[in-house]
Design a protein around this ligand. Structure first.
Ligand SMILES: *Cc1c(COP(=O)(O)O)cnc(C)c1O
Length: 362
């Protein structure tokens, strides 16, 4: 079957080089070969997250660590910041973990703002909050720096941040921001196959986790720390993913992180321009557009062009490219184009050409 190139916002296209690394011969996960591999990556991971903390590898998708953060860090009540499908679900997940939880809800398409969080935390009810930096379902990037600044005012509240679709594509300085947990799955901005998550926890988060009961085993942050100190993971990891990550880190640093961030911003801007050129409006509030994907309004917001999204998808797929037709309650009234991972101006231009051809044929 001919491969259909992925321009959906996750999973994204994986390079041949990454696949080759993924299928490297096995080593034992308690042996020196594995320890050397992890130890070699650790400083690169720390540079990527701008942290002195050890960066952990979890063989799970992002949700494993998202749920783990709740189980490790919430004792009183968690504030789940909700602005799209993934962030909305975190409230449900918190409740399923048996935790007291409350949502801070904004309209889909809008970001979460610091003053809204401040008003909630001022009640003194909360000991943790969850935030999705880049809400992949709506293409909205919330202002992380402005929100993280609140940590100074609320030092005992655990700030848990999902950067699944933004980490590696934009600068997120873990230590400087003062956040407590930063996590990402690797099938989005990292451009790896699904099945691995990377994350870091602050000293305060680790100290708190050590006091929290019923945090389980598989996602116990204390276990991750203890094992990472010896360049290992608590249980047998997907070793193929670890090889793939080592290869990917080489790529990131060969390109240069700043160049990588600039590339993502530029490609997102190109997609925004394509949308405007074709009479579409964007779904996110102005100024909060993601740098890794573009969520285009197709009637979800007043104004702008409206087309048959299912038909557009099919016409684009006939040209060998998969795009996304909107997620959850905005399926069909939006569509999403991803530029995350290894995309370049040349590959994005191929996407725009396929879209232009499809629009002509609609
Ligand atoms: C995709 C995504 C998730 C869920 O990731 P899984 O790999 O399915 O667990 C969570 N948060 C964001 C922002 C995402 O884009």
């Amino acid at each position: 079957m001919a491969h259909v190139k992925l321009h959906i916002p996750g999973p994204v296209e994986v390079s041949e080089k990454t696949f080759r690394a993924f299928s490297s011969p096995m080593v034992g996960h308690r042996g020196q070969g594995f320890k050397d591999l992890y130890a070699k990556m650790q400083p690169q991971l720390q540079s990527l997250l701008y942290t002195k903390q050890l960066v952990y590898l979890s063989t799970s998708s992002a949700w494993g660590v998202m749920e783990g953060a709740i189980r490790n860090l919430v004792t009183k009540k968690v504030l789940n910041c909700m602005c799209g499908a993934f962030s909305d679900k975190w409230l449900d997940v918190s409740q399923r973990c048996g935790k007291q939880a409350e949502g801070l809800k904004v309209e889909w398409g809008s970001p979460i703002r610091a003053e809204q969080i401040d008003a909630k935390l001022a009640t003194g009810q909360f000991d943790a909050l969850t935030l999705i930096h880049n809400e992949t379902s709506t293409g909205v990037m919330s202002p992380l720096e402005e929100i993280a600044a609140l940590k100074k005012k609320y030092p005992d509240v655990m700030f848990i941040v999902d950067a699944v679709s933004s980490l590696t594509a934009t600068k997120i300085e873990f230590d400087k921001l003062g956040i407590d947990v930063l996590l990402a799955g690797t099938q989005k901005a990292f451009a790896m196959p699904p099945g691995l998550a990377v994350f870091a926890a602050s000293p305060a988060a680790l100290a708190k986790a050590a006091t929290v009961k019923d945090r389980g085993y598989y996602f116990d942050f204390v276990e991750f720390q203890k094992n990472a100190e010896g360049h290992m993971t608590p249980s047998t990891p997907s070793i193929g993913h670890v090889y793939a990550l080592a290869s990917k880190l080489e790529d990131f640093f060969a390109e240069g992180l700043e160049a990588r961030y600039a590339r993502h911003s530029k490609l997102a801007k190109m997609t925004q321009d394509w949308a405007a050129r074709n009479g579409f409006t964007l779904f996110p509030d102005k100024g909060f557009e993601s740098v890794t994907l573009t969520c285009i309004s197709n009637g979800a917001r007043p104004g702008g062009r409206v087309i048959d999204v299912a038909k557009l998808q099919k016409l684009v797929k006939d040209q060998g490219i998969l795009i996304d037709g909107g997620y959850g309650k905005i399926k069909g009234t939006t569509f999403r184009l991803s530029n995350m991972g290894d995309e370049t101006e040349a590959t994005m231009n191929k996407l725009y050409t396929a879209l232009d051809n499809a629009l002509k044929a609609l």
